[in-house]
Design a protein around this ligand. Structure first.
Ligand code: 5GP
Ligand code: ZN
Length: 159
């Protein structure tokens, strides 16, 4: 009878080395744009994701809203007097993936972005909510986030 071991000579003794853990999918664990390519991909938390780290309290940030499903914090490179990032606590690579989750989380996130604008006192004068999406959209962090910008007149078209 044919056996696989026939091609490789006598069967070897099993190795005593512990088995390595199962490999994650090829994209996993990579920060930034690697993850954006997988539309609809969803993980609760992704190692090496900056914003997962902020949501988990492992990376320092100036938190302005700490909700059950949504977190908001100040951008470290503000482009306006108010510049706050609003993120889902769970990891979605971009706003399209967040929308495809269809569990009301995107609605909640936009509602919370408005609450941030109210708390910052810019809801009366107006503000801008931006979801940069993908490489040419200017997305540099592969965890869905809304920019809430205000406190000065916004120009159009954006750069
Ligand atoms: P994107 O370019 O993906 O639309 O937005 C990412 C934003 O994250 C940028 O505006 C950038 O300034 C901000 N950012 C990058 N690194 C950090 C960080 O470590 N902490 C905070 N709070 N914001 C960051
Ligand atoms: Zn993340």
């Amino acid at each position: 009878m044919f056996r696989v071991s026939d091609q490789r000579g006598p069967a070897r003794r099993p190795s005593r080395r512990p088995r390595s853990p199962p490999r994650r999918p090829p994209d996993s664990g990579k920060p930034g744009l690697h993850r954006i390519l997988l539309q609809g991909h969803y993980d609760r938390a992704v190692p090496d994701c900056l914003f997962c780290g902020i949501a988990a309290g492992q990376v320092q940030a100036t938190i302005v809203l700490d909700g059950k499903r949504v977190v908001a914090f100040r951008d470290t490179s503000p482009q306006a007097p108010t510049h706050v990032l609003v993120i889902p606590r769970d990891h979605y690579p971009d706003v399209a993936a967040l929308a495809s989750a269809s569990d009301g989380l995107l609605d909640e996130l936009v509602g919370q972005a408005h609450e941030v604008a109210v708390a910052e006192g810019i809801d009366g004068t107006g503000y801008r909510i931006v979801f940069n999406t993908g490489r040419e959209g200017g997305q540099t962090v592969g965890h869905a986030h809304a920019h809430v910008l205000g406190g000065r007149p916004m120009t159009w078209p954006p750069g």
